[in-house]
Every structure is written in C-alpha cells, then in structure tokens.
Design a protein around this ligand. Structure first.
Ligand code: PSU
Length: 321
C-alpha cells in the first residue's frame, strides 16, 4: 500500500513537468482510478507499414475502450512526451517518415531535438509507470538476440522489466531472438513470467508454443492480479510478463517462419546491421518474405493482447481483493 502511495506521489510530481502531456481522458481515468492500458508506439513507427500501422493503432484503442478501459498510447513529438493520443496525433506518428525508435536512453535526446519518436517497450514501461499506469499491452518484447555471446546485443526492454513494476501483456518472444537466453535473463532479474494458458509452455509470438516454460501458468486473471499486488506489497520492483499464446487458428507454420527468420538474420549480418536497427530490419524482412502473412498475424495478436490487458487493468483498478 505504501509503495502504491509512492507511485501516486511520483505520478503527481512527474505529471507537473512542462514537457509531459497527459491527455484529459487518461488524466481523468487515472484520477478516478479507472483502468488504463498503455500502448507503445515503436510498433506504429517501425513495426508495421503504413497504413496498416494506423489501422492497427486505432483498432487497439477501440478494443480497449470497448472493454471499458482507457487506452494510453505513448509517443514523443514537438519536444513533449505524450501519454494518450488524439486521432490526429496517431495519424501524424503513423505517417511520419523520419520517426526515430526511442528506447529509454533516447527519451531526452528525442525531446531535445524535437523529433517524432516511437517508444519501445522499455521507454513505454518507464513512462507508463511514471504516470501511474500499471498495465501495458504490446505484441512482442525485445530480448537477448541470437549470437549475443558475440554481439552483446540485449534489448533494454529486459533491463526495464527488471526495475519497473508494470505488467507487460505480450505474445511471448519472437524467435528472431534467443528465447532460452531471454528467459534466463528474466529469471536472473526476478521478473515474474506468467503464461496465460492451461499449459506451462512459453509462447513464441507467431506460434503458441516453444520448447520453453514460464515461471507459472494460469488462465485466471485474478490470480495474475494478486501476484502483481503481492509483488508490489513486498517491495519487489521488477515487472511482470503476461505471455499470451496466439490463438491456435492464427498461428503461422513454425518451420516456415523459422526459415525466413534465418534468411533475414543472414541478410542483416551481410549488410552489417547492428544495434537498434536489427529488430526493425528483421521484422520488415520477415513481413516481406512471408508476403504480409506475418503482419496479419502480428496485428491479430496485438488485438488479442489488448483485450486481455484491459481485463487485467480493470481488476487492478478495482477494489483490493
Ligand atoms: N518485437 C516485435 N515487434 C516490435 C518490437 C519487438 O515483435 O515492434 C519492438 C518493440 O518496441 C520492442 C523493440 O521494445 O522492438 C525492441 O527493440 P530492441 O531489440 O532494439 O531493443
């Protein structure tokens, strides 16, 4: 309870910054302790091509509203952090040709240079938490890249999960990453890793199953909410992953996706693509090589996750159980 008060004070302090714009709808929902679900914007600026990015971003907001929660898409533009976007703002970032990918370290830079910035999972978690938002819905998180023993390429998303108490609802980890090492990292850094299923099988984004397990599995969102509350009461600062397997009928053939991911990874290596550029490059190539199939799946699982995140946000916003 004490920690929740600290988060509230932090929100009030952060909320008074002149470079922060919290939309009236999100501010009201937070003030009235109604459910709010954060959404990232790298998926809009770098994850999906125009106009699919705008259509997806708009329908995610609609799904969250239809579940009686308030969407808070987070992005940077005009030298300000925006939490909760108007339809024109969504259009603007979806159309922006020169948007940059903003992870946590890039927030200040994007503000200073007045760039259009799509916030990654790491940056969105940090900003959502600072505003008092506890649930965040996305597609897939970043992780330990394949070949990280050579490149040292580990997403800042994992670092943020280790220190920011936000629940990230996702479809697991894409196999463009080393899923096993990503899960090891999350375990080392005490991140709750819950599979939303009747089976403890960690999902692989395009596929419902991988060879890995989560920390636990449940189909009961109340149980998830209790674990989050209890972690907070215990003063554990790490976040929570709620990994939601893609519904069976939407799965992509695992061998097919594995082959095109391997091809895309080879191409990235040959082109010497490194660091922040790796994930967007691979996602774009996988979409091209699958002739748009991966994108359709990507959008469907984003919607599935937004629905689950809204239900969880309602439980966490309600009276203590
Ligand atoms: N995985 C996806 N789609 C995405 C991303 C990851 O399936 O759009 C984006 C997210 O914004 C994530 C970021 O936070 O890529 C991770 O990038 P990096 O690996 O550079 O940290």
């Amino acid at each position: 309870m004490f920690l929740r008060k600290i988060a509230w004070v932090q929100f009030r302090l952060f909320g008074s910054r002149s470079d922060l714009v919290i939309s009236p709808k999100v501010r009201n929902a937070l003030n009235q302790r109604r459910a709010v679900v954060a959404l990232e914007s790298t998926v809009i600026t770098h994850g999906l091509p125009y106009p699919h990015n705008l259509e997806a971003a708009t329908s995610l907001e609609e799904i969250i509203r239809s579940e009686d929660a308030e969407p808070a898409t987070i992005a940077i533009f005009n030298g300000k952090i925006h939490i909760g976007l108007e339809p024109d703002d969504l259009k603007r970032i979806a159309e922006a040709k020169n948007a940059i990918k903003v992870s946590k370290r890039d927030i200040a830079y994007a503000l200073e240079k007045e760039l259009v910035g799509g916030t990654t999972v790491a940056a969105t978690m940090y900003l959502a938490h600072s505003a008092g938002i506890r649930v965040f819905s996305t597609g897939g998180i970043g992780g330990v890249h394949r070949g990280a023993d050579q490149t040292f390429d580990i997403s800042a998303d994992l670092q943020e999960l280790s220190q920011t108490p936000v629940c990230v609802v996702c479809a697991g980890v894409k196999s463009i990453l080393d899923i096993g090492k990503t899960l090891e990292y999350l375990e080392t850094h005490s991140v709750n890793c819950i599979v939303y299923s009747d089976k403890n099988v960690f999902p692989g984004f395009f596929t419902a199953e991988t060879q890995y397990k989560g920390q636990l599995n449940t189909e009961n969102l109340e149980e998830v909410a209790k674990i989050i509350e209890s972690s907070s009461d215990l003063g554990l600062h790490a976040g929570t992953i709620l990994a939601c397997p893609i519904p069976n009928e939407l799965q992509v053939d695992g061998d097919f996706i594995e082959k095109i991911i391997k091809d895309a990874l080879e191409e990235a290596k040959a082109k010497r693509i490194i660091s922040q550029q790796v994930t967007p490059f691979i996602l774009k190539r996988v979409n091209e090589l699958s002739e748009g199939k991966s994108m359709k799946t990507n959008i469907e699982l984003l919607k599935n996750n937004a629905k689950i995140a809204s239900k969880l946000a309602k439980l966490l916003a309600g009276p203590r159980f």
